[in-house]
Design a protein around this ligand. Sequence first.
Ligand code: AMP
Ligand code: MG
Length: 500
Amino acid sequence: MTDYSANAIYYLEHQMYSFSMILNTITLQTPYLSLDSEFYDLVDPTPLDEPYLISFNPDAAKLIDLDSNSCDDPDFIGMLNGTFTPEGSRPFAMCYAGHQFGNYNHWLGDGRTINLGRVQGWNLQLKGSGETLYSRMADGRAAQRSSIREYLMSESMHHLGIPTTRALGIIGSKTKIIRNRVEEASIVMRMSTSWVRFGTFEYFFYSGKHSKLEALAEYVITESYSHLQNDDDRFFKMFCEVVERTARLIAQWQAIGFNHGVMNTDNMSIEGLTIDYGPFAMMDDFRYGYVCNHTDRAGRYAYGEQPNVSYWNLTMLSKALSPIIDKDRMQKKLDDFGAFLYPDAYVDVMRDKLGLEMKLDGDVDLITDLVVALHDIYVDHTLFYRTLSRYDGINKSTMYDIVMEPVILDKWLTQYDERLAQETRTQSQRQEAMLKTNPKYVLKNYMLQEAIEKADRGDYTMVETLLFIAAHPYDELPEFERFAGDTPEEHKNLGLSCSS
Ligand code: AMP
Ligand code: MG
């Protein structure tokens, strides 16, 4: 007679064994804790009630060699909820300051984010995991809608080739939080190669603790700029790389039509990554002065202001670094940002968007005229470039059909035709390149909102759909064609609240 109970126990043990093997492959390290204790708060996550998995991102799991079945492991939810602590983890929140809307705030820090540690070069963080020393009067939680937005958008940005943090998974719960209404709390596990912000340096500058600035710079060099480790001039060179990376990042944001919304110095990455997704937006109709964050009444962080604001933020970083790096040399690098680092990076990405292989003198004018025209023709930003990717110079109606003011567009198209005539590659080669540069799918706010509203009703299917779309921005996906067109009129360029 078969001993079913023994069988069942064997089965269960085997399951548990294989499950825990999956998560036990993670061994975390916490090099940040080798810094002085003022850099962090050792704090455990506060678990949510009745947690459940909303979504798991196998692409991000691969980065840390995590088995793609790990989401079936009950410990996976536990890891996101802080009840399962991976080997080697010592949870901590990071201390930082920052200029918020131009005003210095000394006491920010991870108010609702807890770091678990680092594996394969990725620092794992739980956002929404409860109070820390830096929570001030807030609850340490994140609303499900804001976690879904960050989870999906960071993946979309990655697949669009824009430097960004990533996200491994997201859990929901029955824990209630109060925002504009009562909402359910969730936690997203974020991953980044660095979580150091401009504001981390500002904290130690404004505290007058300059030896700690130096320790932080050494840490950043080890973590993010290791090729500079043995360089005698490493601090200055680190600053130069931050400036260069920031220039490229902002150029990419401008080219794709991304408005971050809260470019405070605490939300600026020392690695030039897109971090801290809040009231961001991918623009619908192109508006140079578009402001996605409706609490930003002065438009400080408007789409068109992002290059200027990043320069201002880099200036604040240079001030914070001034005790350890020569000010004049940093100023010269900042001047380069405005003179050519940013403009060149922008023109380069725009040339790619327009399918221009050669670099010609008149390109800057062509691009500037396009930006002015885009503003006046009323067109969906993503749809414009995607349609242009199939433009053949003869059938102009494909372009006229998507704009409100074809006469204005026609003037620019004539310039473009003349410029294309100077290219040496064939039209089909150009079109092929443009179709790999100009996405068919970006995650617009109305799409995210639809997923959020379904999620509020307990239906998470659209989160999965958007995760899939995010991973295939350049593909033709006939079943999702409705997301490739113009944004429905009533959803265009909405403003979002900071509350999250
Ligand atoms: P943000 O601009 O969203 O990146 O956040 C600005 C600061 O506020 C950071 O220090 C956050 O950690 C903190 N913060 C935002 N929301 C909360 C919250 N619900 N609980 C605690 N701290 C928060
Ligand atoms: Mg932030």
